[in-house]
Design a binder for this molecule. Structure first.
Ligand SMILES: [Zn+2]
Length: 405
């Protein structure tokens, strides 16, 4: 098997500190060796770049890309959702070309910005083919919702049937599938418990504690979410007010399981974060989106201080202007200056890969893992490469390193 060797000004394996003048050997698409100093003979010098594992966007919705630029920043989450509902009524329906084309364009830019692994949430199941066509890997969460669903068991069964149908069309080593409940305010409790009961090897996922109004709704059954559900005609008195926090809500439904991906968590209290950590959950933070939808800025420093594993997502183009994780890192650096750049980069790589069930293959530059690597142009004479990389790297300075070179 022919081996290639790449040398760079910086190599960031993530499972160890950055290596100045590091090199990596690759054969048959896998990492064979990593080193510092004098490289093996015939090593290609990439120059002033930092080589990183492929970046992981642990939470997005490619199918919402057609909404880019159409939903203004909102003062509250419910206000934002009302605009989304209105836009959905007037926008392209299921399977219409505009929607898929927008997803393809957005996924292309996501790949160009250095992301190789994606946690993609989809109602339509149109996006696995989009990921596969671009050589992206990931876990696709087929999301189910319905506050007053009459036949939750049948709904979940149909979800799995559709997943089985679509998953046959892609390589299972690149793209995995699971079902996910959307959120406590939109999804019947019986859907949560049925998804948890029938889960397979992919992690569970849920949007949780994205807004203060969600927490209020679970505690009291009242507030702007109750009004919204009544306005759209899906409120049901069969929904028993749980009178608890969002984490306890999941726990009662059997949804609080190891590997659970909790997206957002902006309004979780210390005890909730601690329970998630104890349960082996992963928190995926999307701070730019949280601000845009009126949910508030996430307490990122508290997330890290709690010891829970933190991964990074962008959420969709309905609430952010790019799917570039380097832009999300820059926002994290801005709002959590006390979290180290090394921790933020680990969140954007290893933590995301582990969260999505790809920890054995991706997330670090480690012998045996896939050679899904990216190179970021860096200035010569750079002192702190990690800090530089979380300072906002434009997509024009990033390129994927083809695994088959
Ligand atoms: Zn989302």
């Amino acid at each position: 098997v022919p081996t290639t060797c790449l040398r760079s000004r910086w190599l960031l394996p993530i499972d160890r500190p950055p290596i100045p003048d590091g090199w990596v050997e690759i054969a048959a698409g896998r990492i064979v060796d990593v080193g510092a100093g004098r490289p093996p003979s015939g090593c290609e010098d990439l120059g002033d770049v930092a080589v990183l594992p492929g970046i992981v966007n642990a939470h997005t919705h490619l199918e919402l890309s057609w909404m880019a630029g159409r939903i203004p920043a909102a003062g509250s989450m419910v206000e934002w959702i009302r605009t989304v509902i209105d836009l959905r009524r007037s926008g392209p329906g299921a399977g219409q070309p505009g929607r898929v084309e927008a997803a393809i364009r957005a996924a292309g830019r996501l790949a160009e910005s250095g992301t190789t692994l994606v946690g993609d949430v989809t109602n339509s199941l149109e996006t696995p083919a989009v990921l596969a066509d671009l050589g992206l890997s990931g876990t696709v969460f087929h999301e189910l919702l319905g506050f007053n669903a009459l036949e939750p068991v049948a709904l979940v069964q149909e979800g799995w049937r559709r997943v089985d149908e679509v998953s046959r069309l892609v390589d299972p080593s690149d793209i995995r599938f699971g079902l996910a409940a959307h959120a406590p305010y939109s999804t019947a409790p019986a859907i949560f418990s049925e998804i948890a009961r029938t889960r397979r090897d992919a992690p569970l996922a849920v949007h949780l504690a994205e807004s203060a109004e969600e927490v209020e709704f679970l505690h009291s059954g009242r507030g702007p979410f109750r009004e919204l559900l009544e306005d759209v005609g899906v409120w049901t008195s069969a929904w028993a007010v749980p009178h608890c926090d969002p984490v306890e809500f999941l726990s009662r439904l059997g949804y609080l399981v190891p590997g659970l991906i909790v997206v957002h968590g902006v309004h979780l209290e210390e005890r909730g974060l601690e329970r998630l950590r104890e349960a082996g959950a992963v928190l995926v933070t999307c701070p730019r989106s949280n601000a845009w939808v009126g949910g508030g800025l996430p307490p990122v420093s508290r997330f890290y201080a709690s010891g829970i594993r933190v991964a990074i997502g962008t959420d969709s183009l309905a609430s952010v202007d790019t799917l570039n994780v380097f832009d999300e890192l820059a926002e994290l650096r801005r709002i959590a200056p006390e979290v180290s750049a090394a921790c933020l980069l680990e969140s954007a790589t290893r933590m995301g890969a582990e969260a999505l069930g790809f920890g054995a293959h991706a997330g670090t530059i480690t012998p045996g893992k896939r050679a899904a690597l990216v190179a970021v142009e860096v200035p010569g004479g750079l002192g702190d490469v990690e800090e530089y990389l979380v300072g906002g790297v434009p997509a024009s300075r990033v390129r994927r390193i083809p695994a088959s070179r």
